[in-house]
Write a protein that binds this ligand. Structure first.
Ligand code: TNX
Length: 535
């Protein structure tokens, strides 16, 4: 009996030893393969990164880099203050990578990155990268992101994000994912310096939190301008301390029966700073002389009969106008622009100027000249929608936001333009006939159609500053609705602003967009599964 037992124990021990040896050998082999050029990554996962916008120069090499618990982020600039800023950018990256991996991603100022780390630097970098360009080198040993400016590093980080599995975007720890990215050499920089999105917070109000999420969503596509349409007939959304009824009365309505809302100057500053930390400039817009009912409803003295007009909560516009020949109007506008300029670090103030159907042409001409001067006197550059350029008061110091084809005056005056063609870049246009939200006055805009345009179709290249897509909010009230109209069209517009025309085709883009769906899902984006895309 005892002899049989002993034999059994010996056999069992031998078997367990064998299992242990096999396990250890397996781990060693797997580890070795991690650094080998052939990956253990399941097919289709990340070896062909689908980056939006598409980088200018891109070479994929064999092998991949793997994030681990020991991956640290090393940062190093040309001065202490630059290193400090890169440290902040490194922390921004860590904040993106931490939730899903559960790894600590320590950020360390040093010029000697250890093996297995991410290195962000502006040292010895190439000035030809410009203010937003970057170089990304991924090897099995480390990730090196270099740029001429800290802004370039911020843009490059968006590429790093998109080269990792989509699950990296999740807000909670995801187990059993190899956090790997393909070895690549990328050199990348934008075609246009202005790559913007406009959000209409006047027709429906969007909270500070919603606005911050919108800014985050655009930042990942390397967009750099956030234009806030702050006032319109249906609502006034920015606190002006010297004219408090603007928000008290004008801020209390929106399209339909909602309560509206407004940003205090402190909240606006919070938004501006949040955007600035993402290298996005906020451009505030006060729309005038039309689209001004909310102001006219707030103060009687701005109206010919001295009485406040009724608040307006419907959609049709083109009925309101400031009094263009009364000084009170300019006193009012001077106060508004002065207060707004004081809390706006960006160089521009947008003054609207569109659809002033109730303003006689000669009054429009005079009015635009006056407000142009007010903006310039406050140290800012004026921007306006067509036909702002036609006023005898605008010069090359002002900028035109193109939304209709009448640009002769702008061309004659050498004004620079931001291109926003409604039939392509208006995010509030319906995708198709059966789509519930949005309008259709500029046509239906399915995702493929929205991608197929170039700013030079509308104006000569040398007069183009860049592009902007616009989300008007007559028909949307919630973040989910905002996302459904913006996605998946917004990433396409971002690519039009960033990637050279010669590198863009719908056929190639759709192959990057389709896997991008998973990334949008991991971010909780309520995108529209447009039937025009074979998801
Ligand atoms: C036109 S384009 C407008 C806006 C509307 C939008 C709706 C332009 C400068 N004005 O007032 O909200 O269409 O799509």
């Amino acid at each position: 009996m005892i002899r049989i037992k002993k034999k059994k124990i010996a056999l069992l021990t031998l078997a367990s030893l064998l299992v242990i040896v096999l396990l250890v050998a397996g781990i060693v082999i797997l580890k070795g393969r991690n650094n080998a050029s052939e990956g253990i990554v399941p097919t289709g996962q990340v070896l062909t990164p689908n980056i939006i916008p598409r980088p200018v120069e891109f070479t994929e090499n064999s092998g991949y880099f793997k994030l681990t618990r020991k991956t640290f982020i090393y940062v190093n600039g040309n001065s202490d203050s630059e290193t400090e800023e890169i440290k902040r950018i490194g922390t921004y990256l860590a904040d993106i990578l931490m939730p899903s991996t559960g790894y600590p991603f320590k950020v360390i100022p040093s010029s000697a990155p250890k093996k297995g780390s991410i290195y962000l630097t502006t040292k010895n970098s190439d000035p030809s990268l410009g203010s937003e360009g970057y170089k990304l080198e991924v090897t099995t040993d480390k990730i090196t992101l270099s740029a001429y400016t800290t802004e370039g590093l911020f843009r490059g980080i968006q590429t790093i994000r998109q080269m990792l599995p989509a699950e990296i975007e999740k807000a909670e720890v995801v187990k059993d994912i190899p956090w790997v990215m393909a070895c690549v050499n990328i050199k990348d920089y934008p075609s246009y310096s202005w790559r913007g999105m406009m959000l209409d917070v006047a027709r429906h109000f969007f909270s500070v939190e919603d606005v911050k999420r919108t800014i985050d969503l655009m930042a990942q596509y390397k967009m750099n301008r956030f234009h806030m349409h702050l006032t319109d007939d249906q609502g006034w959304r920015i606190e002006i301390k010297s004219w408090p009824d603007l928000t008290k009365i004008g801020g209390s309505t929106e399209v339909g029966t909602g309560d509206g809302g407004f940003y205090t100057q402190e909240e606006y500053t919070d938004i501006v700073n949040y955007a600035k930390e993402r290298y996005i400039m906020v451009i505030p817009e006060i729309d005038m002389p039309g689209h001004s009912n909310a102001a006219l409803a707030s103060y009687g003295e701005l109206n010919p009969d001295g009485k406040r007009v009724k608040p307006y909560t419907k959609i049709n516009v083109g009925f309101s106008s400031f009094m263009c020949r009364e000084e009170i109007t300019y006193t009012f506008i001077s106060d508004v622009i002065r207060e707004l300029a004081a809390i706006t670090p960006g160089e521009y103030i947008h003054v609207g100027g569109d659809e002033a159907a109730q303003t006689p042409p000669e009054d429009y001409d005079y009015f635009i000249g006056r407000i142009n001067e007010i903006v310039l006197n406050n140290g800012k550059k004026p921007i306006g929608w067509n036909p702002f350029d036609t006023s005898s008061g605008t010069t090359s110091e002002a900028y035109l936001q193109y939304w209709n084809s009448e640009i002769t005056a702008a061309l004659d005056k050498n004004m620079k333009m931001i291109i926003s063609p409604p039939g392509k870049a208006y995010l509030d246009m319906k995708y198709n006939m059966s789509f519930k939200l949005g309008l259709n006055w500029a046509g239906y805009i399915p995702t493929d159609f929205a991608y197929q345009w170039d700013p030079t179709n509308y104006a000569p290249k040398e007069s183009i500053l860049g592009i902007e897509c616009a989300l008007w909010s007559e028909t949307i009230d919630t973040m989910d609705e905002l996302e459904t109209l913006a996605f998946p069209r917004l990433p396409g517009h971002a690519e039009i602003g960033w990637t050279p025309k010669e590198l863009r085709s719908w056929e190639e883009y759709r192959q990057r967009l389709i896997p991008h769906a998973k990334r949008m899902e991991c971010q909780g984006i309520d995108y529209y599964r447009d039937p025009n895309v074979d998801w």
